[in-house]
Write a protein that binds this ligand. Structure first.
Ligand SMILES: [Zn+2]
Length: 401
């Protein structure tokens, strides 16, 4: 299936809060100022004003514009699914799981701050289609140490080493090492430390260093600034740049799994990752994570991995029940979005993919699913918000322009 990038990228939502501020007070101890205040703040301190003054120092109108508010640029938040493939299989050229969150204003094309959540296969190609060079990413956040969410990071790190060894380093935000009951350790730190090892072992790094000694001698790992946080079942802020704040909360799937929330003056988005309920199998109230639900309360957008109920153990696909149960299903995600008052539910990491006859080796009972199959599973929950059945590079912007 060919994805029409230009059409997909700019599917824009209606303004979520057309009347201005609807949220004041605190969400997880993160203050969300009302819109008139933040417009003023941006107008005086933001890029638009500086841009005018810098380019037009002689213009006597500039001070008037400063105080009239005529040049105030509206803050905006854009969320783009860089990859929607569910799990390690490959299908139809889909990229691996990832979400790009951009914040800015009209002057910066909504891209002053650019954050990548998970870096599945092909993330760099997808970012290039979006016009986002990897050296412009401010930070990468990983939800967990599964390759379908992380393998694209080696490409990102290697590209930065090639062309941006002078820095800055890329913040890599993830949870601290987790030692499991089975004796193995899940380690984002270890992943980052060894991210360039195959290229070092092959001799390529030495060869390229001989061509350009300005590159860092330790290889791509030297360009990562790992910010590993203690994974807590309570939201905590783990990263911030100016008005953009990112919180994390521990959630179930595999050890060390974390879900994230980004709060900006333009809106908020939760990245659930592959989270599932803490209770590993029925009987339980829901397949979704209670921690993700607390994080998503009042959020504008929830991006979440989804599994369709057709892959359930009672449907005959043969899909392993423990793997089914550690994901959130479409019905339960709709119920979560309803409870949290979320306007936009973006389904990603679709198991099975749209149009696939199989999920890996497992046949889809009743044949391939389409968008409507996912949408109707969400609607069964009674959710009346907007469901976006994710395809690569689909995007939402708040407010729409
Ligand atoms: Zn996973």
């Amino acid at each position: 299936m060919h994805v029409d990038f230009t059409a997909r990228l700019y599917i824009r939502s209606a303004p979520i809060h057309p009347e201005g501020p609807t949220k004041t007070g605190y969400i997880y101890s993160i203050p969300i100022p009302p819109r008139p205040e933040r417009r003023g703040i941006l107008g005086i301190e933001g890029m638009k004003t500086r841009f005018l003054v810098r380019l037009c120092p002689a213009l006597s109108i500039a001070p008037l514009l400063l105080f009239s508010g005529a040049t105030l640029a509206e803050p905006c938040l854009r969320v783009t699914l860089t990859g929607t493939q569910g799990g390690p299989p490959v299908f139809n050229g889909q990229a691996g799981a990832g979400t790009l969150v951009q914040y800015g204003d009209s002057e910066s094309s909504c891209s002053s701050v650019q954050l990548q959540f998970d870096t599945g296969r092909g993330t760099t190609q997808q970012l290039s289609k979006l016009g986002v060079p990897v050296e412009k990413l401010n930070a990468v956040f990983l939800t967990h140490m599964h390759s379908d969410h992380s393998e694209g990071l080696s490409d990102i790190a290697q590209l930065r080493w090639h062309f941006s060894s002078a820095g800055p380093k890329l913040d890599l935000v993830c949870s601290q090492d987790v030692e499991t009951e089975n004796g193995y350790t899940l380690s984002c730190n270890g992943f980052a430390e060894h991210i360039g090892d195959t290229l070092i072992a092959s001799g390529e790094m030495a060869q390229r260093l001989s061509e350009n000694p300005k590159r860092l001698t330790g290889g791509p790992a030297d360009l990562l600034h790992v910010m590993a946080f203690e994974n807590l079942p309570k939201a905590q802020q783990v990263w911030q740049l100016d008005d953009v704040k990112v919180s994390a909360i521990q959630s179930q799937h595999i050890g060390g799994h974390a879900s994230y929330r980004v709060d900006t003056p333009a809106g908020s988005v939760v990245i659930g990752g592959d989270a599932g309920n803490d209770i590993p199998e029925p009987p339980r109230q829901s397949s979704t994570s209670e921690q993700v639900e607390s994080l998503a309360m009042g959020a504008d957008i929830v991006v979440h991995s989804v599994i369709h109920p057709v892959m359930g153990p009672d449907q005959g696909s043969g899909f392993p029940p423990p793997i089914y149960y550690r994901q959130s299903n479409a019905l339960d995600l709709g119920a979560l979005a309803k409870r949290t008052g979320t306007e936009y539910l973006m389904l990603t990491h679709l198991i099975p993919p749209l149009g696939a006859e199989k999920q890996g080796p497992y046949p889809i009972p009743g044949g391939a699913l389409n968008e409507e199959d996912y949408r109707s599973a969400v609607l069964d929950s009674g959710y009346t918000g907007n469901t976006i059945v994710g395809t690569d590079l689909i995007s939402i912007q708040i407010p729409a322009d």
